[in-house]
Design a protein around this ligand. Sequence first.
Ligand SMILES: [Ca+2]
Length: 142
Amino acid sequence: MADDEKNNKNKFGVEMVNKKSKTGKTLNPNSIYDHLDVNGDGIITDEEMSRAKELAEIEHTLKMHDNDDKKEDQIRAMAWFALWGMLLYPLLILVTSIMHQEQASQLISDIAPTYFVAIAGLVAAFFGAQAYSKGKTDTPKK
Ligand SMILES: [Ca+2]
């Protein structure tokens, strides 16, 4: 085997890669990390990499805050709905009674104890969760 002809191949015929070229990494064409090269010089520096990471973390935090906000709104709406239901429940009995729907009136009255206990539990859970999450996040408010 003549060394000068196949100087880039080892004895198995596999092309040897020059070790020097391994120090600089290259991205795939159309890599999903192309956007990390902010200034477009074709080199993703450590700085660009860490900045992208910071931005991703900030984005994530903002999204989490947004989600928490929506969740709290939802829970608050639910608590209000439950309280209004509690308030209007006796009224419903009264209305059915006035309309001489005695059976309906009786049925609603029968459900009342279960309903009130369930709603009370729900509202208690709401306030409990509020107190718990307030105690857990003792970071100062903005
Ligand atoms: Ca760059």
